[in-house]
Ligand binder design. Structure first.
Ligand code: DX5
Ligand code: ZN
Length: 220
């Protein structure tokens, strides 16, 4: 089986000792940094913005996977790239002209991702899936870390795999929200490629070991 990726979410880091937490991710088996940017409009919370992301990029030794939970993300794609993004994920629900937005991300030289809220069906991606590198399935309502995983996600993963196959393309499937050792193996078995984990990693006794355990999970 293809090795899955682990993307610790910096939203759950201790912002008063962000450098230490960045080094933890650098020194772990994690593959990406998951960077959650919120605007207080698309989601009912505000996390941090581009100056903080730039500070993370300065020390990060792994790609930044940026999850934009903002309205009209076209306004910030260039800024996002200039501050270190390797992957830029926008929300389906926040883009009126998603096809154009995805082209804009690729023109910048970044990988293009689309995130779906829990209520948004995978089938809505049918006519744009060829243009997507990564689909982020939200397994909680975006805005906060530490929420309960929504079980419906497993069938969405399977539907998305089938849709990609039917359209003759391949996408990476990322799962974001409520992920931990309790559901990782079932998510991988359903077809997930990337697991985002925030509180499960940063609130654990030994985050480096926790990342290692997530990395070593086998699909069941
Ligand atoms: C939620 C964010 C997630 C969040 C996940 O809006 O998109 O990336 O950090 O946190 P956990 O893993 O604690 O659910
Ligand atoms: Zn996220």
């Amino acid at each position: 089986a293809k090795q899955h990726l682990i993307a610790p979410s910096i939203l759950a880091a201790d912002f008063a000792k962000l450098y230490d937490d960045i080094q933890m991710v650098n020194n772990s088996e994690a593959d990406w940094f998951h960077i959650d940017i919120m605007d207080g409009v698309f989601v009912p919370n505000i996390s941090f913005g581009f100056p903080v992301m730039q500070a993370i990029a300065k020390h990060a030794k792994k790609p930044l996977d940026v999850h934009l939970m903002i309205v009209d993300p076209d306004r910030y794609l260039k800024t996002c790239k200039d501050n270190g993004a390797a992957i830029i994920t926008v929300h389906y629900e926040a883009c009126t002209h998603l096809h154009r937005t995805l082209a804009g991300i690729k023109e910048l030289g970044c990988k293009a991702g689309v995130a779906l809220n829990p209520h948004t069906p995978v089938s809505l991606l049918k006519d744009v899936i060829q243009d997507i590198d990564l689909v982020c399935l939200m397994s909680v309502n975006p805005g906060f870390g530490g929420q309960k995983f929504i079980e419906r996600t497993y069938s969405k993963i399977k539907e998305l795999r089938a849709l990609a196959l039917q359209e003759g393309t391949d996408v990476m499937i990322e799962i974001d929200g409520g992920v931990g050792l309790g559901n990782a193996s079932k998510l991988l078995a359903a077809g997930a490629d990337v697991l985002v984990a925030g509180s499960f990693v940063f609130n654990s006794e030994n985050p480096i070991e926790t990342v290692k355990e997530l990395k070593e999970v086998d699909p069941t």
